[in-house]
Design a binder for this molecule. Structure first.
Ligand SMILES: C=C(O[C@@H]1C=C(C(=O)O)C=C[C@H]1O)C(=O)O
Length: 90
């Protein structure tokens, strides 16, 4: 059996530092999630105020396709949640 290359204390320090970065990334994701939902709501309101539709399915499909291309099947699922956050459930 090979000896460990780091001590438990070193590993704990590294994990604590990485978790700080994860927490910062999560905060950013939450901020961006809220920002996008608000922008989407504003687009919907502007379009409906001009007599247009609340939804544009071709645009939503393009967004789902982009997320799938970039992130795979989970990305497509994520896009559905992202879209729902802005315009509400279908
Ligand atoms: C924001 C818009 O309105 C709706 C919401 C979308 C979105 O959140 O990306 C996309 C298409 C529309 O169904 C838009 O048309 O861009």
């Amino acid at each position: 059996m090979t000896a460990p290359t780091t001590t438990t204390e070193q590993a704990n320090d590294e994990i604590a530092a990485l978790r700080e970065r994860i927490n910062a990334a999560d905060d950013e994701l939450i901020r961006i999630w809220r920002e996008r939902a608000e922008l989407s709501r504003q687009v919907g309101a502007a379009r409906m105020a001009a007599g247009g539709t609340r939804l544009v399915l071709s645009r939503e499909q393009a967004i789902v396709d982009k997320f799938r291309r970039e992130l795979g099947t989970d990305g497509a699922q994520l896009a559905m949640l992202v879209l729902r956050a802005g315009r509400g459930p279908l």
